[in-house]
Write a protein that binds this ligand. Structure first.
Ligand code: ARG
Length: 454
């Protein structure tokens, strides 16, 4: 492709070091779509005859079919997906193929391909996020009113429900969806026509090319367009945060499925055994998801670091953006699919949940609120309940089994009706504010999600 200036062929090790076709061939469909749009603009500018354009278009369509059928020979000698396809086109159709690269560089070509790739994968990820949300909503509805302890510091805090807990993840994934959609608006801008750095003296209709490729607009600065990888970084961040959310869910399910908690049972199909210990049933999917979230951050950081010191505009370092990008999409897509399946197949064990949530200490804060309603300032109420808890724990008595005398010995503010506080139905019913775990809120939110995700 650049024989004119060189008197030695590229060294084998340099070819091996620099080739990207072994992975960037994944973008062949986008590369071909971009080339067809570019060729059409060349025809419209009078640079190609209609016959030449048709030869290019049909040649590229034939190459596309051959690639999809597995009948295309990729060559690392031709470095990347762009040169492999262009050189094969010229081999097939002759001189018209050699005109295709007019007013184009691999620099705007690769930016176009990666933007089209990101856009397509974002759209797939958005669907998979929906599926994952549906699985969580289905499970939240199935066990909407099963009560469990909620935790802070992984210590029992206050009662919540399985429905409320699982719907928390649906909210997170909804933010992931909004973030990815917003990111897509910046991904979906066409850099084609920026050339190597400074556009071209041959001016093709950039807006027409962009429209043909489904872009929402064209980039406004050729140097920015060539140097920019923000759309990749943003995408990698969005994928990292999806990974974070799945990782936190994983950790909850690792705990819930342990003998110590016993709140849930994962299906045999979504767990693995031990080669040594016959009794084991391990939550590997959760652990892998937790582990792979680290890999997603690694991908984000490696591209951040690759970009940060680069002078404008294109530098070959930028070739290092692709493997992390591809890997993050593949990782998140598989993670969403397997987690949706696993959540859909998981069972909640209501008896274990009921046993855990019957701990009266979970209502210590409600007891303080009870005193507040009787006119005790909260800080004082907190102290009076703290004393009751100390007495209960110290004497091995459940908090709700302290006698009236014991409560009164701590403070006369404790009335005869103090035991009503330990009614879980009351505890949930009193939490009427939006966002609180009461049955009506959960039902309302479930209805919202079912409609929203339909
Ligand atoms: N394979 C290259 C990449 O991924 C394509 C652009 C090459 N441009 C260049 N000037 N060498 O970035």
């Amino acid at each position: 492709m650049w024989n004119g200036r060189f008197s030695q062929p590229t060294a084998d090790l340099v070819l091996q070091y620099g080739e990207s076709v072994s992975y960037d061939r994944k973008m062949y469909r986008h590369d071909i779509a971009g080339s067809i749009a570019h060729a059409r603009a060349q025809m419209n500018a009078g640079l190609l005859t209609p016959e030449e354009f048709e030869a290019i278009r049909d040649g590229l369509t034939g190459i596309l079919a051959d690639i999809e059928a597995g009948n295309f020979t990729w060559s690392t000698r031709l470095e990347d997906v762009h040169m492999n396809i262009e050189s094969e086109l010229t081999r097939r159709i002759g001189p018209a193929g050699a005109k295709l690269h007019t007013a184009r560089s691999r620099n705007d070509q690769v930016a176009t391909d990666t933007r089209l790739y990101c856009r397509a994968e974002i759209d797939t990820t958005l669907h998979l996020l929906r599926d994952m949300q549906r699985a969580l909503v289905m499970k939240a509805e199935e066990y909407a009113e099963v009560r469990i302890p909620g935790y802070t510091h992984l210590q029992r805090a206050q009662p919540v429900t399985v429905g409320h807990h699982l719907l928390a993840y649906v909210e997170m994934l909804e933010r992931d969806t909004a973030r990815l959609r917003d990111c897509r608006t910046r991904v979906n801008i066409s850099p084609l026509g920026s050339g190597a750095i400074a556009g071209s003296t041959i001016n093709l209709d950039r807006r027409a090319i962009a429209a043909e490729l489904g872009f929402d607009g064209v980039t406004e600065n050729s140097m920015d367009a060539i140097a920019d990888r923000d759309y990749i970084l943003e995408t990698l961040f969005c994928l990292s945060l999806i990974g974070t959310h799945l990782s936190r869910l994983s950790e909850d399910l690792v705990l819930w499925s342990s003998a110590e908690f016993g709140y849930c049972t994962l299906s045999d199909a979504h767990t693995t055994g031990s080669s040594l210990m016959p009794q084991k049933k391990n939550p590997d999917v959760c652990e892998l998801t937790r582990g792979k979230s680290g890999r997603l951050y690694g991908n984000l950081v490696s591209v951040m670091v690759a970009v940060k010191g680069l002078p404008l505009t294109y530098n070959r370092d930028l070739q290092e953006d692709k493997e992390p990008l591809f890997d993050s999409f593949e990782t998140v897509s598989l993670a969403l699919r397997v987690n949706a399946e696993m959540v859909a197949a998981m069972r909640i064990n209501p008896e274990r949940c009921a046993a855990a949530v019957s701990d009266p200490l979970l209502l210590a804060t409600d007891l303080a609120d009870y005193l507040v309603r009787r006119g005790v300032p909260f800080r004082r109420a907190h102290e009076l309940v703290g004393k009751a808890v100390a007495l209960a724990v110290g004497s091995g008595t459940p908090l709700n089994k302290l006698t009236q005398e014991q409560f009164r010995s701590i403070s006369p503010e404790y009335g005869d009706d103090v035991y009503s506080v330990f009614d879980l139905n009351r505890a949930f019913a009193l939490r009427t504010n939006p966002g609180a775990p009461n049955a009506a809120n959960t039902a309302r939110r479930l209805a919202y999600w079912k409609e929203h995700l339909a």
